[in-house]
Design a protein around this ligand. Sequence first.
Ligand SMILES: [Zn+2]
Ligand SMILES: [Zn+2]
Length: 241
Amino acid sequence: MIHSKYLAATSGGLQIPPAISTTPSEVVSLTEPSEILDLLFRFVHPRSEADNFRQSSVMNMASDTFFPLAEAAEKYQVFGAINTCFTRLDQLIKQHPIEVLNHSHRHGYLDIADQAAIETIALPLDKITKGLTHPGLLQQWLLHYIHWRNLAAFGSTLLDDCPSPTNGCTVWPKIKTNYFTAVMGNLWGNDFVLDCHQQPCTAREPYGHRDVCRCSNNIQEAQKKITLEKLNIPNFRSINI
Ligand SMILES: [Zn+2]
Ligand SMILES: [Zn+2]
């Protein structure tokens, strides 16, 4: 075995994993780079004084080292490493949602998968396709994504012309354009807000002094409706393929 020096060096720590089933659609690496095993090995030795070091090294680890380590930890069932990686996984949801979703789905961390899935909605589809390698995950993602696209379409129905007593609203057309640009460009997702710090509306009633355009009100109302509808989107875990 390639890793026999590691496996032999510990009593009951690293185990040779049971046969790993692969499907043609997923490549499971059977060998880890030695630097990943070196990292993993630190969790096997019972060196309590090294706990803080191990913790902080994982917390500051670059993602291209972290995810292979987390995978190796699961594969060899190194519980100290699994726990530490789990904490870090939670922190990487916003930064690396695709990788987090792939890993958490594969290992049954459903809460994290639910959160990560929401963060993937506005990401480029080619990255999604390449990143979600676990069998069935991409199908599940697509079915979840459809719910979000339907919500995006619902939002667009709220953006007809500003129903205000005055003409010449200077804000509403920009809100609309921003919205449709985001939806068309697949940049629309959970974090999208209608009001992106527009300049105040300059529309005025012909002879009045007050700003009577209701656009800011209308924006808030539309945002509220979208936020409410979001609650109807099922959690990622409950999507059946
Ligand atoms: Zn206005
Ligand atoms: Zn804003």
